[in-house]
Ligand binder design. Structure first.
Ligand SMILES: O=P(O)(O)OC[C@H]1O[C@H](OP(=O)(O)OP(=O)(O)O)[C@H](O)[C@@H]1O
Ligand SMILES: O=c1cc[nH]c(=O)[nH]1
Ligand SMILES: [Mg+2]
Length: 232
């Protein structure tokens, strides 16, 4: 885990050969949906372990069948709220809950409109109450313009004031990170890798394409389908 020199509290995992290998498979245009989803689950799980390293631990006594010894608990691991941003974060969440099995889960939908406005439509919001003991992990694989996360963070903050807000992503563009840190300097960002830039359609370069479409297949517009007539 490396803290990026450009911002405070922004970490990437260029130093982890395993995470870099999983990312390489996700970037590969030949990787199909099954392998893509599996890759996201792996990243959720192993980046989750990395987040645990930043949590406070407490010494405890434990009785083995033979004698008493010292152990630890990671108290904050029990007070986690995972907020999953539909669609692409669903497999990331699957990996995260393997590590944070006590987590309460929030699900929000956020859909990004076309360039240049990138308006965010949020019409499904289910977030549990957040307490001062909680660490909120907002899972969204792609931080591009940052518009989606700015809206989601704003929404999350209405549900309580947590101990920490962490954004967990796969790829980020510098533009998106800068926008989030300008508005919410206290938010920590953990991403597998920070990429070079955005193209004029708001896609991350070199990137991995549209994460939602690659994980679940491209949706189709209903109006382009032949209409089915039913007889009543
Ligand atoms: O930083 P931004 O410029 O806002 O872009 C990032 C968002 O784009 C993707 O979602 P998308 O809107 O494609 O939805 P999907 O997951 O359903 O495909 C991605 O999962 C982020 O939520
Ligand atoms: O590169 C990008 C940018 C936004 N959303 C994606 O899924 N990919
Ligand atoms: Mg998409």
């Amino acid at each position: 885990m490396i803290e990026d020199k450009r911002w405070k509290g922004v970490y990437s995992f260029d130093d982890s050969p395993y995470l870099m290998e999983v990312l390489t498979e996700l970037r590969d245009k030949e990787t199909d949906s099954i392998a893509f989803r599996k890759g996201l689950v792996k990243l959720g799980r192993f980046m989750g372990y990395e987040i645990i390293k930043t949590m406070e631990t407490e010494k405890v006594k434990v009785e083995t069948p033979l004698e008493e010894t010292e152990g630890i608990i990671v108290k904050d691991r029990r007070n986690v709220v995972i907020v999953t941003v539909l669609r692409a974060a669903v497999p990331l969440m699957e990996g995260l809950v393997k590590v944070f099995e006590h987590a309460r889960i929030g699900i929000v939908s956020a859909s990004r409109g076309k360039a240049p406005k990138f308006e965010i439509e949020m019409n499904y919001i289910k977030i549990p109450q957040i307490t001062p003991e909680d660490t909120v992990i907002i899972a969204d694989p792609m931080i591009a313009t940052g518009s989606t996360l700015l809206r989601v963070i704003e929404e999350v903050k209405k549900y309580g004031t947590p101990k920490r807000i962490i954004v967990l992503g796969v790829l980020a563009a510098p533009e998106g990170i800068t926008r989030i840190k300008e508005k919410f300097p206290e938010v920590e960002i953990f991403v597998t890798k920070i990429d070079r830039e955005l193209n004029d359609k708001g896609y991350i370069l070199p990137g991995l394409g549209d994460a939602g479409d690659r994980a679940f297949g491209a949706p189709i517009k209903l109006s382009t389908l032949p209409q089915v007539h039913t007889i009543e």
